[in-house]
Each structure stands twice: as structure tokens, then as C-alpha cells.
Design a protein around this ligand. Structure first.
Ligand SMILES: [Zn+2]
Length: 266
């Protein structure tokens, strides 16, 4: 048997050591590389999430611009923010606009079909809570709105108001034709069966208290809150609910703002 020379043995040991060292080194490098890749993936995911959020914010901004500049087109389209159209005296709705599809709530009242299910769920849940309420007014065409406005104005004139004062007085409770949300098919007047007057006290009924607390869960907001008449241009209407979609309804409610403030960023 040939004895391994001392030199050869040392050389073999060194080579083995180097081999292990190399393997360990590769392993360490591999683990380190994997950690780096994982971190990069995490960073990428975070960046993606940020980009996605930025994109969503941009899309919402675009919708908000459309909500003001071309509400009829926004309403007629199928973008996510179709239900955010801002309609008020300063931002009238195209008088030609009619919802593409209406769904009957009862024999006399209809809403834009896209909100029918949410509205029905809200009414059903309210009824299941022992409350009694009904939709007194829903979609109103431009022509119908003009009739309502004119007859209310006539009432004021017959009470002795000048036409100009009657016009101003009417405007406080009835939207000027073209400025009514009822023409969108997304607004409803809901009143308590226990108290059917359309005045401030309507807001004290159990039905309105329930609606004000829960309507956002169904995508609705109380459109003309108390103390906000200077912003909305409409007196406190504790019966007028407007569909804006669940996400916006939640944000608007949490922020305690009106649709004007939400859209225009006032
Ligand atoms: Zn109304």
C-alpha cells in the first residue's frame, strides 16, 4: 500500500476544505440572493399596490371631473363612478337625459334599474326592523319637474308673493327644472307612514333616524343635511336620499360632507 505523502494529504485536506467552503459559499450566496429576491418581490408588490391605489385615485378624479362637466354622459356610461353625477342648480343635468332602464317601485314610481336592488334591500331591511316607510317620489322627468316647480311657484304667488319672490321661495324646496336629482333616477323621497309631512320633523321619525344611520350601507346618502343648505343650495330635506354607490356613500358619511364637497373638494 502506497502511503500518501504528507504533502499530498495536506493538499487533499485543503482541497476538500476549499470544496466545502465553496459549497457553503454558494449556499450562503444562494440564501442571500433568495432573500434579496424576496425583498425585491415584496417591494415590487408594495409599489404595485401603491400604483394601483394611485390609479384608482386618478380614475376617481377623472370621474369627479365628468361628474361636474358631463353628468349625463357619466350617468349613461358604465364607468365605476356612473352614480356620482353632480346635479344641482350650478350643474344642471342635460334636459334630454333619461335613464336607459327604469324599474318600477310601485305602479307610479320608478328608479334607474341599476339602483333598484339596493333600494329594495334598504326598504326591506327597514321593514324587517319594524319600521313603516314608503317611496313618495322617485324618478321625475324634466317636464314633470317643471310642472312641480311651476305649481309650487303658483302657490306662493297666490299667497301674495311677487313672481320673483315666489321663484326664490320655490327654489328653496323644489329644484329648478334641470337641477333636480330626481331626473337622474338615482334619488328617492322616502317618508314615514307615521308622519307624512315633508318638513323638518320628518327627520325625527324612527324611519328617518334608521335611514340616516344605515343608508350608506346600501350606497345612499342623505343628500340635503341640516346645516348644509348653504353648500347644497337646498333646505334640510330629511327624506331625500341619493344613490352614489357603496364606496362613495361610506366615504361621504365618514367625512360628514355633502356630494358637492366630495366632488368639488370644497
Ligand atoms: Zn327629493
Amino acid at each position: 500500500m502506497r502511503r500518501e505523502s504528507k504533502r499530498a494529504k495536506t493538499r487533499r485536506t485543503l482541497l476538500t476544505g476549499a470544496g466545502f467552503g465553496l459549497a457553503a459559499g454558494v449556499l450562503v450566496t444562494f440564501v442571500a440572493a433568495r432573500t434579496v429576491i424576496e425583498r425585491q418581490e415584496e417591494e415590487l408588490a408594495a409599489e404595485n399596490a401603491q400604483l394601483k391605489q394611485a390609479n384608482e385615485e386618478l380614475a376617481l378624479q377623472a370621474v369627479k371631473v365628468d361628474a361636474v362637466t358631463d353628468s349625463a354622459e357619466l350617468l349613461a356610461g358604465d364607468s365605476d363612478g356612473w352614480c356620482l353625477a353632480l346635479v344641482n342648480e350650478g350643474h344642471p343635468l342635460d334636459t334630454e337625459y333619461t335613464p336607459a332602464e327604469l324599474t318600477e317601485i310601485d305602479s307610479e314610481r320608478s328608479v334607474d334599474s341599476r339602483i333598484a336592488e339596493s333600494l329594495q334591500n334598504m326598504l326591506d331591511d327597514g321593514a324587517a326592523s319594524g319600521l313603516s316607510m314608503y317611496v313618495a317620489s322617485a324618478y321625475r322627468s324634466y317636464d314633470k319637474q317643471r310642472d312641480v316647480f311651476n305649481s309650487t311657484m303658483q302657490d306662493w304667488i297666490s299667497r301674495g308673493y311677487t313672481p320673483l319672490n315666489a321663484y326664490d321661495e320655490t327654489k328653496k324646496s323644489v329644484a329648478v327644472p334641470g337641477a333636480s336629482e330626481h331626473a337622474t333616477g338615482l334619488a328617492v323621497d322616502i317618508i314615514s307612514s307615521e308622519y307624512e309631512e315633508l318638513d323638518d320633523r320628518q327627520g325625527d321619525t324612527d324611519e328617518q333616524k334608521w335611514l340616516m344611520e344605515h343608508c350608506w350601507e346600501y350606497g345612499f346618502i342623505l343628500r340635503y343635511p341640516e346645516e348644509k343648505a348653504d353648500i347644497t343650495g337646498i333646505i334640510y330635506e330629511p327624506w331625500h336620499y341619493r344613490y352614489v354607490g357603496e364606496e362613495a356613500a361610506k366615504e361621504i358619511t365618514e367625512q360628514g360632507v355633502t356630494l358637492e364637497e366630495y366632488i368639488l373638494g370644497q
